[in-house]
Design a protein around this ligand. Structure first.
Ligand code: FHN
Length: 453
């Protein structure tokens, strides 16, 4: 039997009264495996044009914002400082970020050359930064702020042409039904009981809200699966539901393992594809588009003690390194309890934006390679143009590249456009780099070929 049209209608319309829960969830809860089996292949993946858009975007802003910003010890504070729910629940009544201004955030994103925002709708602490009907533990019902910042952000993103992705933590330290417990959140003070099926209905229902109440979204960015890697998370229902409700939305899951069926991009945390300095990146690189997420300092959520903000050149070079590996960079900030972006971060984002104004052609819409990342730097390409990003200047000023399978027509400096000498033989390509083009951030040269490769 092909896809059951009635199921689709129900998924889109919501559950009939008296029927068990939302239908996509129902397919799981009622163990009606026929519905899952018959999900149309299209619902396992995002619209190809959106995937292409994502590949071309190359640069986005990651935002970790929640009631934990009141404490300023990072987003893991509840777990790390063993704060029980009864104490942690005292935070929302104090959370009133009246200086949050969606227009300003999105304008800063645009001015910084970023094409999308990925923001925490719910982090591991379980507090919802959006208006959820499935819990009152949310920013509209439990804080004096009473506003839904994700709604405001969504409208502003739509207005200013920026895509909005929702980070959603599958792991939850607050919900008692998140049981059996996983590896973390054991000091929250919950009773040793809970109904996992109920939790699944809850979390999938929340994702459904995020896919229904905010207009078109860019995607959903999951995290926390790793807390219970052997649990049944209901992805066979969750992923098609997202693609049905939001055909253009991409799904990514920060589970640190090989991507699962239904995921549209592969993510890397604090590492470039092919690297593993943070210890998360132990699996192979898939054929999906890549995204690497990175902190500006060493913290995701606001950490008032962490002033170790990376210098602007280092951040630009990371963006270049990511593009050279065919990956987007999702650069994180942890806004303050007031709702404002840290000035240190704002300054850095805008500086990257300034650099992109001149050099963006070598980043946006490009693909990584064709020459593999090397100690001297990386390449990006667009059609017949290969952009050679020299991050470490060769001591003799001659850059030696491997053989090119196509004829080179011309080589030039990206800035100024002056031709540079090149030599192409069967054993490789030599570019003579003029000292005048030296750039401590990224010296870019353009190699024009007969046809792309
Ligand atoms: O535990 C989270 C962490 O708080 C943060 O959200 C990062 C972002 O990639 N992901 C998790 C760890 O893998």
């Amino acid at each position: 039997m092909l896809f059951n049209l009635l199921s689709l209608a129900l998924v889109l319309a919501g559950p009939p009264a008296g029927h068990c829960h939302k239908v996509a969830i129902e397919a799981y809860s009622c163990k009606d495996t026929d519905q899952v089996k018959d999900i149309e292949p299209d619902y396992w993946k995002a619209d190809p044009q959106s995937v292409e858009w994502f590949r071309n975007a190359r640069f986005g802003m990651f935002v970790h914002w929640g009631v934990y910003s009141l404490i300023g010890h990072g987003e893991w504070v509840m777990n790390n400082e063993r704060i029980p729910i009864s104490e942690y629940e005292k935070l929302p009544p104090q959370f009133n970020p009246t200086k949050f201004n969606a227009h300003d955030w999105v304008k800063m994103v645009k001015d910084s050359g970023m094409k999308y925002i990925t923001i925490t709708s719910k982090h591991h602490d379980g507090f919802c930064m959006f208006d959820s009907k499935l819990t009152s533990y949310n920013i509209v019902k439990a804080t004096p702020f009473k506003r839904d910042p994700l709604k405001e952000l969504a409208s502003e993103c739509h207005r200013q042409g920026i895509k909005l992705f929702f980070y959603y933590s599958q792991l939850d330290w607050h919900n008692p039904d998140y049981y059996p417990r996983g590896g973390t959140g054991k000091t929250a003070g919950r009773p040793d009981a809970g109904d996992w099926e109920k939790y699944k209905d809850y979390y999938i229902g929340q994702v459904r809200e995020l896919c229904t109440n905010y207009g078109e979204i860019g995607g959903v960015w999951f995290d926390g699966w790793w807390d219970k890697p052997t649990a049944d998370w209901g992805h066979d229902v969750l992923y098609p539901m997202i693609h049905q409700l939001q055909p253009k939305a991409l799904i990514g899951n920060n589970h640190h393992v090989t991507p699962f069926k239904g995921e549209d991009f592969q993510m890397f945390e604090q590492d470039l594809p092919g690297q593993n300095t943070a210890g998360f990146n132990t699996t192979h690189q898939s054929d999906l588009p890549f995204e690497t997420c990175r902190t500006i300092n060493n913290s995701w959520g606001l950490n008032t003690a962490d002033h170790n903000h990376k210098p602007i050149p280092e951040l630009i070079r990371y963006l270049v390194q990511a593009a050279g590996r065919d990956a987007n960079l999702l650069l994180n900030t942890g806004p303050q309890q007031t709702g404002e972006i840290l000035p240190d971060h704002r300054e850095r984002y805008l500086a990257i934006g300034q650099w992109l104004l001149t050099h963006g052609k070598t980043i946006y819409g490009t693909r990584g390679g064709p020459i593999k990342p090397s100690p001297w730097g990386v390449t990006t390409s667009h059609g017949k143009q290969i952009y050679v990003h020299v991050l470490e200047w060769p001591t003799d000023g001659i850059l030696k590249l491997p053989p090119f399978p196509v004829k080179i027509h011309r080589a030039s400096a990206f800035v100024g456009g002056a031709s540079i000498p090149f030599e192409q033989t069967t054993s490789g390509v030599k570019l003579t780099l003029p000292t005048a083009s030296k750039d401590p951030v990224d010296a870019i040269f353009v190699v024009e070929t007969e046809k792309g490769f």
